[in-house]
Design a protein around this ligand. Sequence first.
Ligand SMILES: [Zn+2]
Length: 281
Amino acid sequence: MVVIPPFGYWKDKNTNEILMIPEAADTVRRIFQLFLDGMTLMPISRILNQETRKTPAQFQMELYGKKKPDIRQFLWSYTSVKNVLQDESYVGVLYNHQDEVRDGKRFRKVPEEEWFRHENVYPPIISREDWEQAQALLQKQRRKRAKSNAPCHRYAGLLSCSNCGAPLVAINRYWNGTCRVEYICKTYMRHGKDTCTSHRIREEKLDTMVWELVSASRESRAEEQNKLAQMQKMWALRKPILDAHILLLQKRIQKLEQEIDGIVMEHIQALSNINLKANGI
Ligand SMILES: [Zn+2]
């Protein structure tokens, strides 16, 4: 019935028995304990990384010789912590018939109400009471998150970390009873200080910077316009004088051209006279 058991368990192929992996079970308990103590998902993942606790991908690699996961899968993240907290396996429950398979391929995802639920399949790691409390807390955080995201963060998608190139994401920081928005490197936020530095910038500071930039460019534009107007005025004053000068020069050019023509004609005349004489005409 169970092909690959969830994180925290392994299946003895000889007896088909599902057994607990003490090291992984300890990590599951740690996650629930920190979460029920009021810590949010991201800080929990940081603690797990600091404690160098193995991730689900690492256990899979060790147990089933699955291909080496990429380096990020050696680190706990928001998502992997959340997956553990939502997994009902830790109170013993197994769901199957989550997918319908036809011809060996996944045919469709089955709606949750049609899943088959089996109790007491896995040796429980967490008490039912703690698990329920964790689900309620997750629900509460989900609502809060959706609400706080309602007004879109105005610099979202525009900033990136100068160290690792990852986007900067907006987070709410509560300080001295006030809430302010900060943008922080996504890599750092996900995986902690071993992966990138804590580049962060306050939204207010960005507002000030943008305002200063706009003001400065407005001022310099006004200055340029002023200069241009002055130049126009100056040239307008000089225009009649220069026009007269141009006219004078044009007349002079005309006169010189006529002179050139005359000289050329004289030369041609002289040359033809010489030729006539040479031919004895
Ligand atoms: Zn970074």
